[in-house]
Design a protein around this ligand. Structure first.
Ligand code: ADP
Ligand code: ASP
Ligand code: MG
Length: 423
C-alpha cells in the first residue's frame, strides 16, 4: 500500500463527464489498496471567468484590499471542483470527502495572488485516509495567519499537490494533465516535439522558470527541497488501463544527474511571451547608476528578468531590462516620472512585443559552442537577438515576439530534438 497524491488540471476536470472519468481513475487506485489524496484545479476556464468578472468591476485591482478580494473570488473555482469530484466518487460507492485550503489548513503568507505555502496540517487528511476515504483538497489556495483566503499564483494547483505530498511524505505525486508528459518543447507549437521519459530536476526547474507552463515553478522547487518523487502523465488515457502501466507512463522528474542513459546537450526549449522590454536612454555612466534604476523598480515590487547595460559613449549609456508584461505600464510610468528625472536620463522607451526563447540542458555544462550554435541558427533565420542571458545549463535570448514560433521550431531542429529516440 502506498500513499499517493494525484493532481488533475483544469482540462482534466473540464466537465462533469471528465470529472466522472477522474473519479473512476481515482477509485481504481483506491481499490488497488492505495491511500489517495486528490488535488484538483478549477474546471477549465473557470479561474479566467471569475477574474474576468472581477476585472469588469475593477480593471486595475492593485491595492492590498482589492487583491484580497481577487483571492476570495478566484478560490471559489477550486471549491466547486473538489465538491463535484467527491460526489462523483461517492456516486460510485467510493468513500470520499473534500476540503478547502482553510479547512485543512494550508497555511500561507499574506502575499495575495502569489502567496507561498508555509505549512500544511496533515492530521485531518490522515484521519480520513485511515477511515478508508479518498481525500480531496482544493488546489491553488490557502489561508494566512489572519484567516484571509489566499491563492498561490496561476497554475498553483501543481504546487498545492507537491506541498501536500511533501507534508504527508507521500510515496509519489502524480500530476495528471492534458499532455502525456513533459516534451522537448510545447507540443502545441512544435508537433514534432517528443516526450521525455525522464527529465532531471535541474532541467525541469529551468524549463518551468523560463516559461514552460506544464508545471508551475514553485511545484518543482518544492519537489526538489523535499525530494518528492514526481511524475507528469495524461488524464486522457482510458481510466481503466492497467495500474502498473499507468504508473510507468509519462515523464519522471529525476534527482540523479547520471540516471539518464543518453544525455542530450540540449534537453528542451522553453519560451515566454509574458515579458516586456524597457530601455533608459542616455543615462550618465557613473557608479551606482544600475542601483538608482533597478533599486527604484524593486521598491515598486516589480520583478526584473534580463538586464543589459551598453558600453558608454561620451559618458552616457543605455540601460535595458525586461519585466512581466503586466508591469509594463507601471514600470514605464515609474521610469518616466521618477527615475529619468532623478538620474538625468535623456529618455525612456519600451517594447511590450518581445519574447524570451531559451535552450535548456545539463549537457551544456560539459559542451562548448552550444550558445554559438543557437545564435547561428537564429541568424540563419534572420532573427535579430536583442538581449542574451546565460547560466550553466541554459541560454536565453530576447527577440521580437513575431519570430517566436519560428525561433522555437528552428532551434528544436538544430539541436536534434525532432529526431526520434534511438530504439
Ligand atoms: P493543467 O491544466 O493540467 O495544469 P496546463 O495547461 O497548466 O495543464 O499545462 C499543460 C500544457 O502545458 C500542455 O497542454 C502544453 O501545451 C503546455 N506545455 C508547455 N510546454 C510544455 C512541455 N515542454 N511539455 C509538455 N507540455 C508543455
Ligand atoms: N485554477 C488555477 C488557475 O487557473 C490554478 C491551477 O489551475 O493550477 O491558474
Ligand atoms: Mg497547470
Amino acid at each position: 500500500m502506498a500513499l499517493i497524491v494525484h493532481k488533475y488540471g483544469g482540462t482534466s476536470m473540464g466537465s462533469t463527464e471528465r470529472i466522472r472519468s477522474v473519479a473512476q481513475r481515482v477509485a481504481k487506485w483506491a481499490r488497488a489498496g492505495h491511500q489517495i489524496v486528490v488535488v484538483p484545479s478549477a474546471m477549465s476556464g473557470e479561474t479566467n471567468r471569475l477574474l474576468g468578472l472581477a476585472k469588469e468591476l475593477m480593471p486595475q485591482a492593485d491595492s492590498a484590499e482589492a487583491q484580497r478580494e481577487l483571492d476570495m473570488i478566484a478560490a471559489t473555482g477550486e471549491q466547486v471542483s473538489v465538491g463535484l469530484l467527491a460526489l462523483a466518487l461517492q456516486a460510485q460507492g467510493q468513500g470520499a470527502v473534500s476540503y478547502t485550503g482553510w479547512q485543512v489548513p494550508v497555511k500561507t503568507d499574506s502575499a495575495y495572488t502569489k502567496a507561498r505555502i508555509q505549512s500544511i496540517d496533515d492530521a485531518r487528511i490522515r484521519a480520513d485516509l485511515d477511515a478508508g476515504r479518498v481525500v480531496i483538497v482544493t488546489g491553488f489556495q490557502g489561508i494566512d495567519s489572519q484567516g484571509h483566503i489566499t491563492t498561490l499564483g496561476r497554475g498553483g494547483s501543481d504546487t498545492s499537490a507537491v506541498a501536500v505530498a511533501a507534508a504527508m511524505k507521500a510515496d509519489e505525486c502524480l500530476i495528471y494533465t492534458d499532455v502525456d508528459g513533459v516534451y522537448t518543447t510545447d507540443p502545441r507549437i512544435v508537433p514534432e516535439a517528443r516526450r521525455l521519459a525522464t527529465i532531471s530536476f535541474e532541467e525541469m526547474l529551468e524549463m518551468a522558470s523560463l516559461g514552460s507552463k506544464v508545471l508551475q515553478i514553485r511545484s518543482v522547487e518544492f519537489a526538489g527541497k523535499y525530494r518528492v518523487p514526481m511524475r507528469v502523465l495524461s488524464s486522457f488515457t482510458p481510466w481503466d488501463i492497467d495500474i502498473a502501466e499507468e504508473a510507468r507512463s509519462g515523464t519522471l522528474i529525476t534527482f540523479e544527474e547520471d540516471e539518464k542513459m543518453e544525455q542530450a546537450v540540449v534537453s528542451g526549449i522553453a519560451f515566454n511571451r509574458d515579458e516586456a522590454k524597457v530601455t533608459v536612454l542616455g543615462v550618465p555612466d557613473r557608479p551606482g547608476i544600475a542601483y538608482s534604476i533597478l533599486g527604484a523598480v524593486a521598491e515598486a515590487n516589480i520583478d526584473v528578468d534580463v538586464i543589459i547595460q551598453n558600453v558608454s559613449h561620451d559618458g552616457k549609456t543605455d540601460f535595458s531590462f525586461t519585466v512581466h508584461r503586466n508591469d509594463y505600464h507601471r514600470v514605464l510610468d515609474l521610469l518616466n516620472n521618477k527615475v529619468a528625472p532623478s538620474t538625468g536620463a535623456a529618455s525612456v522607451t519600451g517594447d511590450p512585443k518581445i519574447c524570451k526563447v531559451s535552450i535548456v540542458g545539463i549537457g551544456m555544462k560539459s559542451h562548448v559552442g552550444v550558445a554559438a550554435r543557437m545564435f547561428r541558427t537564429l541568424s540563419e533565420e534572420g532573427i535579430n537577438i536583442q538581449m542574451i542571458s546565460t547560466s550553466e545549463i541554459k541560454t536565453s535570448v530576447v527577440i521580437d515576439e513575431k519570430y517566436m514560433e519560428l525561433a522555437v521550431r528552428a532551434l528544436h531542429k538544430a539541436f536534434d530534438l525532432d529526431a526520434p529516440l534511438p530504439a
